[in-house]
Design a protein around this ligand. Structure first.
Ligand SMILES: Nc1nc2c(ncn2[C@@H]2O[C@H](COP(=O)(O)OP(=O)(O)OP(=O)(O)O)[C@@H](O)[C@H]2O)c(=O)[nH]1
Length: 485
């Protein structure tokens, strides 16, 4: 019969290993995530948004600043002013002039509105007359009354099938600085919108231009977003417009947005470039999840392998620590642990326990006559016999050199004596040294039953006394210790 003694708690060790591994993985993965998050954040603020902003800025400059200069040249053109002051007589001269400007500069439209006649001239002649009661002409009267030299206005162009057009409306003065009309060119915003859309699609950034009131004038979507309807942004909008340039942050629909704003003085517009930080971090968040899953799987595999390996080592170590090398029986150290357990159980559910102490008769002679190797062989075979003869619940211990202790739980003294006889007979009748057929081995046994008020040591010493009584009585016999008074 073999028993194993628990030397250390494998489960606690595995738990500790698992915790250390998963804690280490978790900490490094999270650390990596936060470092990457900060790197992405500073890249958004330090590079991505400013770069997008300056790209869009230079594109819009290309598309708009030049037209502003062209419109300025038109407003200061002596031919144009002379022609008006002369009475707007030859319409073909004006339309040739406007057609040439349009064609030379690749504009979408070119125009002049005379304050004197209210005629709206284009490259094709007089398009119409502007009227104060016509909402579509409101721009002209606004330009007429404004203080600035020019304005940039996004409107559908009547002359070009109402395509969304940016007009540069320049005020024209005669040589005495009296207002005489408005001129300029119109160009489609499609190229700017295409660029904005392209940037939005590639970098998941939202890009738009606003005027000084915060109204979106050019954007890449279908409908112009209303910034005042976005609570996180709306509460900062006036400050942003006042500061003109800078970085801002706001929450929208639970996501954090980083905003780069630049004022474009030539256009009197603001360029907003927005990055949804949570969208930008989606990639590394996915990496974080994948890393966490890999860490978890590695932790599970490592702890499982460690569990298996430790299990096999532990049982080997436990076996080595608790068994006698020669006989394979439990040693006295193991006996100490097992008897404590047995007695603890016995206190909960009392039942008789008996001890048998066996000693080989004249074992010294066997060693002396046949040598220690045969002596060892005999010891080992006796141990096997004893174990084989005992019940599953009993256990045998190598007590001393040629002494064996048998513990019989649930067995009163009278039954223990029967077992002792069985053991004695089993040994006496066996051939325990096959190479030396003449060797005959006998055992002397002492038996005792543990008394309720007695320690195991005391009961064993009584069995020892009985064993010596058996020796004294001629050996190869069983002797019982009398029950305690
Ligand atoms: N071969 C071998 N001999 C052992 C071992 N352990 C103890 N012995 C021997 O067992 C012998 C025990 O001798 P004694 O205590 O004099 O007793 P005995 O000869 O058996 O005589 P009685 O017990 O009086 O019948 C000693 O010679 C020890 O050296 C062991 O592991 N292997």
């Amino acid at each position: 019969m073999s028993r194993s003694i628990r030397i250390f708690d494998r489960r606690s060790l595995i738990l500790l290993l698992g915790l250390l591994l998963s804690g280490g993985f978790f900490a490094t993965t999270l650390f990596g995530y936060f470092v990457s998050k900060e790197a992405i954040r500073s890249a958004i603020i330090g590079q991505d948004l400013p770069l997008t902003s300056s790209n869009i800025y230079s594109e819009i400059q290309k598309d708009l600043v030049r037209p502003v200069l062209i419109s300025s040249t038109m407003a200061h053109d002596t031919f144009l002013r002379d022609w008006i002051l002369r009475g707007e007589n030859e319409v073909s001269e004006m339309s040739r002039y406007l057609a040439e400007i349009k064609q030379r500069h690749g504009a979408f439209s070119s125009f002049f509105v005379s304050d004197h006649s209210s005629n709206y001239y284009t490259g094709e002649g007089v398009l119409k007359q502007v009227r104060e009661d016509e909402p579509r002409d409101a721009w002209y009267f606004r330009v007429r009354d404004m203080r600035d030299e020019y304005e940039i206005n996004v409107d559908p162009d009547l002359a070009n099938r109402d395509a969304l057009t940016i007009f540069i409306n320049y005020r024209v003065f005669d040589f005495d600085q009296r207002y005489i009309g408005a001129t300029g060119i119109g160009l489609t915003v499609d190229s700017v919108r295409r660029l904005i859309r392209d940037y939005q699609a590639r970098f998941q950034r939202t890009i738009y231009f606003t005027d000084a009131t915060g109204k979106v004038v050019v954007h890449g979507g279908e409908t112009a977003p209303d910034l005042r309807q976005r609570p996180g942004l709306a509460q900062q909008l006036d400050r942003i417009l006042h500061e003109r340039t800078g970085f801002y942050q706001f929450e929208d629909a639970g996501d954090n947005h980083i905003l780069n704003v630049n004022y474009l003085p030539e256009l009197k517009w603001y360029l907003f470039v927005e990055q949804n930080e949570d969208v930008a971090l989606a990639g590394i968040r996915q990496t974080l999840y994948v890393n966490l899953i890999i860490s978890l799987v590695v932790t599970l595999i490592v702890t499982f392998l460690a569990y298996l390996t430790l299990g096999s080592y532990q049982s080997r170590i436990e076996k080595m620590a608790s068994t006698d090398k020669l006989t394979g029986l439990l040693n006295r150290h193991a006996f100490g642990i097992l008897i404590d357990k047995l007695l603890a159980n016995n206190r909960r559910a009392p039942r008789p326990i008996s001890f048998l102490l066996a000693d080989i008769d004249h074992f010294k002679d066997i060693n002396d006559r046949h040598g220690h190797r045969i002596g060892d062989e005999v010891l080992s075979n006796i141990a096997q016999r004893l174990s084989a003869t005992l019940r599953e619940a009993d256990f045998a211990v190598r007590w001393g050199g040629e002494e064996f202790l048998m513990v019989l739980p649930g067995c009163p003294l009278n039954e223990a004596l029967v077992v002792a006889e069985k053991l004695r007979h089993a040994i006496a009748s066996a051939q325990l040294a096959p190479g030396e057929p003449t060797i005959r081995i006998t055992l002397s046994l002492g038996a005792s039953e543990l008394d309720d008020n007695e320690t195991a040591d005391h009961a064993i010493s009584r069995a020892d006394d009985a064993l010596y009584a058996a020796k004294r009585a001629g050996r190869n016999q069983v002797s019982a210790a009398p029950p305690l008074g």
